[in-house]
Design a protein around this ligand. Structure first.
Ligand code: GRG
Length: 306
């Protein structure tokens, strides 16, 4: 995920972890959303699977697994929950690419869902991924008390909706007409990015029956991790490589978007991302050695090149 420069951290462990997380969640997604043999709506499944299997990094399931690990729990009983998180992320990307939103033709180097399947099916594919995710999160799950499972699904609903991602997206759209300062930009980034990271780690904590201070620490972790991740996104839009990113660089400038780079320049933005990564790591101080994998994500995300 990231190039190993002279000053870079050794991220070999977390890169391998991401690979195993991707393998496990992709297998679960394939089983949980099979193509129906003969159904009038078969095309809807093609559209959903097209975007689900288009090569995402599977960061949210990986964070979810790493948080389960912090509580000493295996990932297998919770694979449907991890798949649900990836479905919600995928729905958000499909809808974000639509003409009414960012109007993007390319994602991960391939035509976006609406370019391939048309706008109507892309909207429905997003709707179906979001609603099916909740069916999966609320299905009986061995290993979690029903009250903990409800708390986990409620957390995801809040973070994905008006308490996080949808709110962040709406704030960005509304703010296109107005002055954007660092405070508003931070609010937007935490909504668009930190919120689903929080959904992943905090829902895992709920499923494990975590204590309130552990949940608060993981919320703080996700807040800083998401902000750092998104600031690096701003830098990569200027300094990145189109082939690695799977989308053209310079799109923020072309859209005249205010970003951390337009506010402070690339160097200061990178420094700020590194500070957020450090703050994310420090948020985990109340956890012991079992949170070792969660501690490795901030450096990876702050040093990534795609
Ligand atoms: C449409 C409700 C709604 C929300 C859209 C996801 C989003 C909010 C906007 C897309 C633009 C963007 C950069 C958002 C920040 C979230 C984010 C970091 C998306 C990309 O996540 P990655 O890098 O994606 O994990 P992959 O391709 O690896 O799955």
């Amino acid at each position: 995920m990231s190039g190993a420069g002279p000053n870079s951290t050794d991220c070999t462990g977390v890169v391998h972890y991401l690979k195993t997380a991707a393998r496990d969640v992709e297998r679960a997604l394939d089983q949980l959303l099979p193509l129906p043999r003969l159904a009038p709506e078969r095309e809807l499944y093609f559209a959903m699977r097209y975007s689900l299997f288009a090569g995402g990094k599977r960061l949210r399931p990986a964070l979810f697994f790493a948080a389960l690990e912090a509580f000493g729990r295996e990932r297998t009983p919770f694979l449907p929950f991890a798949a649900a998180l990836e479905m919600i992320h995928t729905y958000s990307l499909i809808h974000d690419d639509l003409p009414a939103m960012d109007d993007d033709d390319l994602r991960r180097g391939q035509p976006t869902c609406h370019v391939r399947y048309g706008e109507a099916l892309a909207i429905l594919a997003g709707d179906a991924l979001l609603t099916h995710a909740f069916a999966l999160m609320l299905q009986p799950m061995a290993g979690a008390a029903p009250a903990d499972q409800m708390a986990a699904a409620r957390e995801v609903a809040w973070q994905a909706g008006i308490g996080g991602m949808v709110a962040g997206q709406a704030a960005e759209i509304v703010s296109l007409q107005s002055e954007v300062d660092e405070g508003l930009l931070t609010y937007i980034y935490q909504g668009k990015t930190s919120a689903l990271f929080a959904a992943a780690v905090v829902s895992a904590a709920h499923l494990c029956g975590a204590a309130q201070e552990e949940i608060a620490a993981l919320r703080e972790y996700a807040k800083h991790l998401g902000l750092g991740f998104q600031i690096i996104d701003d830098v990569l839009d200027v300094e990145g490589d189109t082939a690695k990113l799977g989308k053209p660089v310079g799109s923020d400038e072309a859209r005249e978007l205010i970003t951390f780079v337009t506010l402070y320049g690339c160097e200061a933005a990178r420094q700020r991302a590194a500070q957020e990564a450090e703050a994310a790591r420090c948020s985990l101080d109340i956890f012991g050695g079992s949170a070792a994998m969660l501690r490795q994500f901030p450096a990876l995300l702050a040093e990534r090149d795609h």
